[in-house]
Structure formats: structure tokens, C-alpha cells
Design a protein around this ligand. Structure first.
Ligand SMILES: *Cc1c(COP(=O)(O)O)cnc(C)c1O
Length: 382
């Protein structure tokens, strides 16, 4: 089955009891047993362990990312937290040095006293990265493209190294989506999503996902999810599943509009720098062409010629079609100030070090008519 068919049919079955074409929202916490320890349907006894609406979503997730097991969580961070439970004191994790703010907060603050050691490195310096590997290294964590600086990491090249050393390799695929990039096919072991973003696609749900290539590891993570409980409810599972059915169409338009917005900004006299993997002058354009198939996404970040925070703020107060709000990946265009909003949890010196300056604006380009988006940017920049 090809990708566009998978988004609609992958892992899906008509409801066996009624023939319903869409999986019903099984709004139930528990399931009947015919005799103690004998559920009527052996797959379902309590919804923290499994719920049929969530199962339908998890099967769709596994299908579109080409994994053996999908797991749906109550948020992207809950998914990452579940993955971290595979590790113990003394283990080391190597992560990319430009991460979603909440992921960074989880690694550095919540797991500060866990005894797990985190390294944050430039994943494009493969030699430097390899030098950090030792017998305690258990996981490599990469986000590509990154939020908000659109840095890329070469998934295939990193996978060759992690395989050689028998280290798990996880990729946060939130920005690219499986429509553009399939980390498991490129050699990664686990894909993580904030399904709140493009998978859900309509800014109406908080959800997360892990998709695991190896079935046994998938079951181990399912056990951890079941034992800790940050599962996705049936209504929210339904919404994400519904979102996935149009993922391919939406991402196509996000890519078209994103490319046009990036080009407009690049030619605007008030704009200093545009970060978009589709631009030929983007430092990671070659990696993008290699591993992002069919487009470069809808996320565009830029800075002002003046370098002034006030200019970024004034721009963000003036946009009309773009909405000033956190989050991304929905059908509507959003604008965000990372230093004051999504990435405020990263200390200022660290932000400066990685390049999240105070004049940096991040756009999530939606699927509206691109002429309206560009008009809006024009008037807000003026
Ligand atoms: C939003 C986001 C997360 C966190 O997901 P939540 O659903 O908000 O918990 C992780 N990674 C990236 C790249 C994100 O954009």
C-alpha cells in the first residue's frame, strides 16, 4: 500500500459489531468479562491498557511510519517521558543541541537527578558525536528539522553509527511528518510525534505518539505506558485518526505555501535571514533534499535586519490572518516569538548560544490562500 492510501486505510478495519466505517468513539473505561479473568474480547479489559478507538489510531500510526507498533499518548512529552523510562542511572543519552523547549526542559530539569547523563551536541559534527559514545550510551535523540531554527540531522548517517554501537536511535518527526520523512526506513528505531501538530492537524487536541520498529521493544514500551498511564482518551484518539486521513493533502499545501512564504520573506528588505530547508542557501538544504521527500514543510523562521526585539513584537501584534499563538501544524497559520513563548524555558544564555535571538519569529504556515498570507505579512512588516 502506498502512503496516501495508508493515511486513509492503513491498519483500519470496519467496526466488526456494527459495520461502522469509521471507528466508533468507545467512550468506556472498562469491558465486560464472561468469567473472572476472561474478557468477552480478549484484547480489551480496561482502557488504560487498550481501548478500541486508541487501537485504531495506534495501528494507523504504525502503518504511516512503517513501524511494528504504534502507541498513542496524552501528549508528545508524555510519549518522550515514556521512552526515557527505558533508561536507568548510569546510562547516557546523546541529544541534538537544538530541541523543542519542552523536550529540553524534560531532559535537563525533570531528569536532572535521575542519574541519566544527557549530552547536547551538534549532530552534524559526526566525529565529535562519535567521540562521546561509550559503553553507557543507550540512546541518541534527534529532532529534524528542529524547532525553531530548522537545523537538520542526517538520519541515515547517524543510524549507521548507532547500529554499529548497538544504541537506540529515536527521531522526533513532528515537523517533517511521515509524509515527508520516514525515519524508520532510514535506520532509526523509534519515531516520536507531537500529534498535537501536523498529525492531528486542526489545533483541537493535545496528543503524542511513539512508533517502534521492533515489535518486542514496542511491547516493552506498551507495558511502560500501561503501567504509568499517560494514554490518549477515545475522543482525542478519534480526532487524531481523523486528522491523519487528510495528512497527505494538508502537508502538500503546507509545503507549497511554506515555500512561497519563505521566498517572499527572503526578498523582503526588512528581513535579515530566513530559515527554511527548501531554500538553496539553507545550510542543511542538501540533507533536506536527501531525506525529506516531496517537500520541505510549512515551518518558516526569520529574523529582522535591525536585530531588534521590538520589531519582532510589533510585527506579531500586527498580523491578522496569522494568529499569534504557540503551537504549529494546524490548518490555520500561526506566528510565534520563540524567546518569549515556546522556548522561554531555555535559559537566555543557552538561547543566545544556539541562535534563538530576540528578533526571531517562527511561522507555522497554514493551508489558506497563500496570497492572503503574503498580503498579511506585507502589511505587518510595513
Ligand atoms: C510540540 C512539540 C513537542 C511536544 O509535544 P506536546 O504534544 O506539546 O507535548 C515535541 N516536539 C516538537 C518538535 C514539538 O513541536
Amino acid at each position: 500500500m502506498k502512503f496516501n492510501t495508508k493515511t486513509i486505510h492503513g491498519g483500519q478495519h470496519h467496526d466488526p459489531s456494527t459495520g461502522a466505517v469509521m471507528p466508533p468513539v468507545y467512550q468506556t473505561s472498562t469491558f465486560v468479562q464472561t468469567s473472572p479473568g476472561k474478557p468477552l474480547n480478549p484484547e480489551y479489559e480496561y482502557s488504560r491498557a487498550a481501548n478500541p478507538t486508541r487501537t485504531a489510531l495506534e495501528n494507523a500510526l504504525a502503518s504511516i511510519e512503517n513501524g511494528a507498533r504504534g502507541l498513542a499518548f496524552s501528549s508528545g512529552l508524555a510519549a518522550t517521558d515514556c521512552l526515557l523510562r527505558l533508561f536507568k542511572a548510569g546510562d547516557e543519552i546523546i541529544a541534538m543541541d537544538d530541541l523543542y523547549g519542552g523536550t529540553y526542559r524534560l531532559f535537563t530539569r525533570l531528569y536532572k537527578d535521575s542519574g541519566i547523563k544527557f549530552h547536547f551536541v551538534d549532530m552534524n559534527d559526526l566525529d565529535g558525536f562519535q567521540k562521546l559514545i561509550n559503553e553507557n550510551t543507550k540512546l541518541v535523540w534527534v529532532e529534524t528539522p528542529t524547532n525553531p531554527l530548522m537545523k537538520l540531522a542526517d538520519i541515515e548517517a547517524i543510524a549507521q553509527i548507532t547500529k554499529k554501537h548497538n544504541i537506540l536511535f529515536a527521531v522526533d518527526n513532528t515537523f517533517a511528518t511521515p509524509y515527508l520523512q520516514k525515519p524508520l526506513d532510514l535506520g532509526a528505531d523509534i519515531v516520536m510525534h507531537s500529534a498535537t501538530k501536523y498529525l492531528g492537524g486542526h489545533s483541537d487536541v493535545i496528543a503524542g505518539a511513539l512508533i517502534i520498529k521492533d515489535k518486542a521493544l514496542g511491547e516493552e514500551l506498551h507495558f511502560k505506558q500501561f503501567a504509568t498511564g499517560a494514554t490518549l482518551g477515545p475522543q482525542d484518539s478519534f480526532l487524531v485518526l481523523r486528522g491523519i486521513k487528510t495528512l497527505h493533502l494538508r502537508v502538500q499545501r503546507h509545503c507549497e505555501n511554506g515555500a512561497k512564504v519563505a521566498e517572499f520573506l527572503q526578498n523582503h528588505p526588512k528581513v535579515e535571514r530566513v530559515y527554511y530547508p527548501g531554500l538553496e542557501n539553507h545550510p542543511f538544504h542538501e540533507i533536506a533534499k536527501k531525506q525529506m521527500i516531496g517537500g520541505f514543510g510549512g515551518m518558516v523562521t526569520f529574523t529582522f535586519k535591525t536585530g531588534k526585539k521590538e520589531d519582532a513584537i510589533s510585527f506579531l501584534e500586527k498580523v491578522n490572518v496569522f494568529t499569534l499563538a504557540e503551537s504549529l501544524g494546524g490548518v490555520e497559520s500561526l506566528a510565534n516569538h520563540p524567546a518569549l513563548m515556546t522556548h522561554a524555558s531555555i535559559p537566555e544564555d543557552k538561547r543566545k548560544e544556539i541562535g534563538i535571538t530576540d528578533d526571531l519569529v517562527r511561522l507555522s504556515v497554514g493551508i489558506e490562500d497563500v496570497e492572503d498570507l503574503i498580503e498579511d505579512l506585507k502589511q505587518a512588516l510595513a
